[in-house]
Design a protein around this ligand. Structure first.
Ligand code: APR
Length: 311
């Protein structure tokens, strides 16, 4: 019996629930939200798709945390997107309040769960959830690197015309400005990325990846991306529930890898039943390593902002 809870039945949460359900890898997906009727309606709709798509997982829509009890994995998507006129600190304050409250509800009923946070601003929200939960740090992680790597792979595929499924793209660090692309680990088929594209083109694609979220927001006008983000979060859930030890870029707690400690950072990690089973120290060039160290310092600075609003 395995059970996954997705908190937040907005675009990101509902799509994540749908993907996990359609893979038929757990018995139940619980979707919860503060808006009454929203998770119930979406769950009923998803469940009615089962005979057509061909899967058995049941989705339970609820506004009651009692239904989340005993979850193996909890994905936290609850939160607001940034609105016009809202400063970064305003968003931080609002979403910190939501993530804190959600985490408390979750840990009270699922003390052994693995928590995957996707709410933005990601670095701060993962650190906050870990703090509030009191869980061992390996059982709280965030989604960012899977998404950035997927976006990078898509852009490389477009630029080279190569099969997207035969491209390996890796980004570490964190979301946005502190994203650290790792060209030395990127391949197009058997060819190193640096042989497939010139340096200027690679830099253009890296830049577009860094701003990947904003590009989509500019098209949508309201709301942000959720298809690729939910695919990334669902893949992390799958690795945990299947205890597969699949290696992927995630936001994980650092305990000395690359000489970096005491910060959540985007790195390659093996995921399993215990969340992050192992942070994989991959071989980086000198400048890639410098980028990672710089990203860690930037994240630490951002996380310090949390202290200002928790008074
Ligand atoms: N408990 C449960 N759900 C909540 C709470 C709460 N305390 N507060 C807000 N929500 C719900 C909202 O009711 C809404 O249904 O969170 C959902 C958010 O959904 P959307 O507005 O559609 O946002 P979405 O695109 O899903 O993004 C969610 O992920 O990528 C990040 O920046 C994004 O932080 C945002 C999050």
């Amino acid at each position: 019996m395995s059970k996954v809870t997705v908190v937040g039945a907005g675009k990101y949460g509902s799509t994540t629930a749908q993907r996990i359900a359609e893979w038929d890898i757990v018995d139940e997906v619980v979707m919860t939200d503060i808006v009454e009727g929203l998770p119930q309606g979406l769950a009923l709709d998803m469940n009615q798709s089962r005979p057509v798509v061909g899967y058995r997982t049941l989705v339970t829509g609820t506004n009651d945390y009692a239904d989340t009890a005993g979850s193996d994995v909890v994905v936290i998507t609850a939160g607001l997107p940034r609105k016009p006129g809202m400063s970064r600190m305003d968003l931080l304050e609002v979403n910190a309040g939501i993530v804190k409250a959600v985490t408390e509800e979750i840990v009270a009923r699922s003390p052994d769960a693995v928590i995957i946070v996707v709410t933005n601003p990601l670095d701060q929200m993962v650190a906050l959830a870990a703090d509030v939960s009191g869980f061992p740090k390996h059982r709280v992680l965030g989604q960012a690197g899977m998404l950035d790597s997927a976006r990078f792979a898509h852009f490389i595929s477009e630029a080279t015309g190569h099969d997207v499924l035969d491209i390996t793209a890796v980004t570490l660090g964190s979301h946005g400005e502190t994203m650290v692309p790792v060209p030395s680990l990127c391949t197009v088929g058997d060819t190193p990325l640096s042989d497939a594209l010139d340096a200027a083109t690679i830099e253009e694609l890296v830049d577009r990846t860094r701003k990947g979220g904003a590009e989509i927001v500019a098209y949508l006008k309201t709301g942000s991306a959720y298809y690729a983000p939910s695919a990334a979060a669902a893949a992390m859930v799958k690795a945990v529930v299947e205890d597969s030890r699949a290696e992927m870029p995630v936001c994980a707690w650092m305990t000395g890898q690359y000489g970096i400690s005491d910060v959540y950072l985007g790195v390659m990690a093996k995921l399993g039943r215990n969340g992050v089973e192992e942070v994989a120290e991959v071989e980086l060039t000198e400048s890639e390593l410098a980028g990672l160290v710089e990203a860690a310092a930037a994240v630490k600075e951002k996380v310090a902002d949390l202290d200002q609003i928790q008074q």
